[in-house]
Unconditional design. Structure first.
Length: 149
């Protein structure tokens, strides 16, 4: 039996937001001569950096669902474009980690910054309890989607 009720309207709205964000990301990729997977890789790398975690090619490939050859091609492509660099790990100098070049961060902020700013402005209209509910909902849906494969 398919779910019914007002909750389903919110689920459909979340799907619509996901589609719009995907289209926005696709336009960014197209404008800058990138593959959509390149954008996903840059996001994964920036998320790792924000969390203080080093990202190896193996971890990046696993996060994106790519095999070793596909990951190497992806990193090579991003490196040639000047978006990432390979460096020695800070904690283990034998490891090679992938880092995002500042140029790529600036490019992303120039394109996605206005949308992020509007989203932040919308969130400022909610009190902390409401933001906690939104955060909890989004985290739970993300976990559900990650386990749905």
């Amino acid at each position: 039996m398919q779910p019914q009720g007002p909750e389903l309207e919110i689920v459909h709205l979340l799907r619509a937001v996901t589609v719009e964000l995907g289209l926005h990301s696709g336009r960014f990729a197209q404008r800058y001569g990138m593959h959509p997977t390149d954008v996903r890789a840059l996001i994964a790398l920036m998320d790792a950096a924000r969390a203080g975690a080093e990202m190896t090619a193996g971890r990046l490939g696993a996060a994106l669902g790519l095999n070793s050859a596909g990951t190497t091609a992806l990193v090579d492509r991003l490196e040639r474009a000047g978006h990432v660099r390979r460096v020695r790990g800070g904690t283990d100098r034998r490891r090679v980690v992938i880092e995002v070049e500042e140029r790529a961060v600036e490019l992303g902020w120039a394109y996605f910054g206005p949308l992020i700013g509007r989203a932040v402005d919308v969130l400022r209209g909610y009190d902390e309890r409401e933001r906690a509910a939104i955060r909890g909902f989004l985290e739970a849906v993300r976990e559900a989607a990650a386990g749905a494969g």
